[in-house]
Design a protein around this ligand. Sequence first.
Ligand SMILES: NC(=O)c1ccc[n+]([C@@H]2O[C@H](COP(=O)([O-])OP(=O)(O)OC[C@H]3O[C@@H](n4cnc5c(N)ncnc54)[C@H](O)[C@@H]3O)[C@@H](O)[C@H]2O)c1
Length: 259
Amino acid sequence: MSIKDIAPPDLQGRTVIVTGGGQGIGEAYSHAFAEAGCKVVVADINGDNASKVAREIAGNTDQAIGIETDISDEAETQEMASAALAAFGRIDVLINNAALYTTVTRAIFDELPLDEWRRVMDVNVTGTFLCARAVLPAMRKQNWGRIVNVSSSTVAMGRPAFLHYVTSKAAVVGMTRSMAREIGVDGITVNCIMPGLTETGIDASGVDEDTRDLIVRMQAIPRREVPQDLVGTLLYLASEASGFVTGQTIAVDGGTIHL
Ligand SMILES: NC(=O)c1ccc[n+]([C@@H]2O[C@H](COP(=O)([O-])OP(=O)(O)OC[C@H]3O[C@@H](n4cnc5c(N)ncnc54)[C@H](O)[C@@H]3O)[C@@H](O)[C@H]2O)c1
């Protein structure tokens, strides 16, 4: 699939911030938006990875910047927005993708350290909120913006030893609906995608081969999900085409049956 063939044309020249863009699914999103003709701000707590992805995208051009950002730190999210404005003059789209996922400690909930619970909430919930808040002034000024939050289809399933993560991703669904109600009047939409279990080549602790096969059997499209499967929905939600769609959560998981 060529991104150029499926990308809505109005994405050309838009400025897109991808949090967690230095690795995994966010790295694929960063490349996809670049191929769609956008200016890309790759923000990640791992600054080296953010810079590496930005360099790969931009080459000798000014199409992308990488910025080290801890999304759970309010000042750093504001610096991220300032850097985007300094480089490109606008912020059109925020892909609120960064989260603690592959690195979370898994434990049955009565044994889960409270610090670990708080760390996951701080990044996955508060960080998502802070990034949206940081880009809001620029989007309001333009009277146009697209915020896409990232939940997970595990919310519809539940998953043992993962209560902190699943709870955080359920919060993102409610956050999406409420945020959308507050800023629709400003020409800004807020939507959410729910990826299924997605292969990125990065080891996700606690997901063994049997679990991966089981999930494929629960899907209407019976093959393992890859980051490219998410891109089309994301490009649509970032574009003019989705202008009257807001507060929605779309499962992009091959039609997984949730009993
Ligand atoms: N891979 C899957 O199967 C899957 C399924 C459903 C949902 N998701 C969601 O998709 C998103 C990406 O997942 P992934 O598989 O690429 O995960 P990943 O762990 O490979 O990547 C997460 C990225 O976020 C960054 N990050 C972590 N904490 C941060 C912070 N405080 N500030 C800024 N950046 C931070 C990491 O450095 C990393 O680059 C996450 O929101 C995840 O919850 C993933």
